[in-house]
Design a protein around this ligand. Structure first.
Ligand code: ADE
Length: 350
């Protein structure tokens, strides 16, 4: 463990009110990481092989670390380098990915290996724009490969780094907006050591690991935090701030099941959104009791509860109502929830 460090406070900047000396912060965090970081199979310091960084980062995109470990180890045995992956038949690649889901990730990884083998003679590109141009590689993954494999000062701002940064600065504006995220990215960029100083890769991995092990979402372990003296958060568990989700407004929709001589009464909708589509006729009077069919569906910021009750044959049809013989119903254009309700009613009837 590093000895406690007395922060030297540099003059505040409105944009990055970091509490203390950034170099001391980096060294305290990196020392903690070298001592306490998890021994994950893709962490082979230093230097890290860009191919293994790419494989692990793509696997980690939608899958938890604990699940990825086995897949990663088997993958690296089967396809130890770019050439091996590039030469593999697609079936083998998909087979090795089986169980991880989101198969486009495996196809993209395969395509990236083929591209590197073909265009760069198998040598992983080091320029940021070339990494970003690889299939399936977005700004996060490109930043992760550049920093972990090539020690570039490109912070890969994932949910962990975002949370750590928001707390260190007590940043109390939403971070799930483009402006908030871009602010945090700028801050994480300002914290990077220069290329000459070196050490960006390990520093970024340490930031990420702090978020995974100590600065956790619900109950952060502040008393065990190696950089708590640099932290401004008063109520860390409330950070980062997310924009309030608009509450869904509940709506009731009551429709009638009106049947006569092997025909069902439907009505054509006139509203902007569903003009021309048919639905079970709306009941003008609200009904109570047990519906013949009930389901819910989302509609913009509403949650609609659709209930269908037995209706009575009207004396006159409105101009947008029509009788449809049962065998024609499947061909009638309808909105999905009304189609579902109608199918259920037809099934119950038969
Ligand atoms: N999640 C995303 N990248 C990671 C990494 N390099 N180590 C641990 N967890 C991660």
């Amino acid at each position: 463990m590093a000895p406690p460090i007395k922060p030297q406070r540099p003059p505040h900047s409105e944009k990055n009110p970091f509490r203390g000396d950034i170099r001391e912060f980096r060294s305290a965090l990196t020392d903690w990481f070298l001592e306490n970081g998890r021994d994950l199979p893709w962490r082979t310091f230093p230097p890290r092989d860009p191919y293994s960084v790419l494989v692990s980062e793509i696997m980690l995109q939608q899958t938890q670390v604990a699940t990825v470990i086995d897949y990663y180890e088997r993958w690296m045995e089967r396809f130890p380098d770019i050439q091996a992956l590039a030469a593999a038949p697609e079936n083998d690649v998909l087979h090795a990915w089986q169980g991880l889901g989101y198969y486009s990730r495996a196809r993209n990884l395969h395509a990236a290996a083929k591209l590197i083998a073909r265009d760069y003679g198998g040598a992983f590109p080091q320029k940021a724009e070339r990494i970003l141009a690889l299939p399936g590689v977005g700004p996060y993954t490109a930043a992760a490969v550049a920093t972990f494999a090539f020690d570039m000062p490109t912070p890969p701002v994932d949910a962990n780094i975002l949370r750590v940064a928001a707390r260190l600065l007590d940043y109390r504006k939403p971070t799930d907006s483009a402006a908030g995220l871009s602010h945090i990215r700028d801050i994480a960029q300002q914290w990077q050591p220069s290329a000459e100083e070196g050490g960006a890769g390990i520093f970024n991995e340490a930031l990420m690991e702090l978020g995974a092990l100590v600065c956790t979402p619900r109950t952060p372990l502040c008393s065990a935090c190696p950089v708590r003296i640099f932290c401004r958060a008063q109520e860390p568990e409330t950070l980062p701030i997310k924009r309030p989700r608009p509450r869904k407004v509940e709506l009731e929709e009551h429709c009638g099941w009106i049947v006569r001589d092997g025909q069902v009464l439907l009505e054509q909708q006139t509203g902007k959104r569903w003009r021309g589509l048919w639905r079970l006729p709306l009941l003008t009077e609200p009904h109570s009791g047990i519906p013949l069919a009930a389901l819910t569906y989302p509609f913009t910021h509403h949650r609609v509860s659709l209930s269908v009750f037995p209706g009575t044959t009207p004396l006159f049809l409105t101009e947008n109502q029509r009788w449809f013989p049962f065998p024609e119903l499947e061909a009638v254009p309808m909105t999905a929830p009304h189609r579902r309700a109608l199918r259920k009613l037809l099934l119950d009837k038969s």
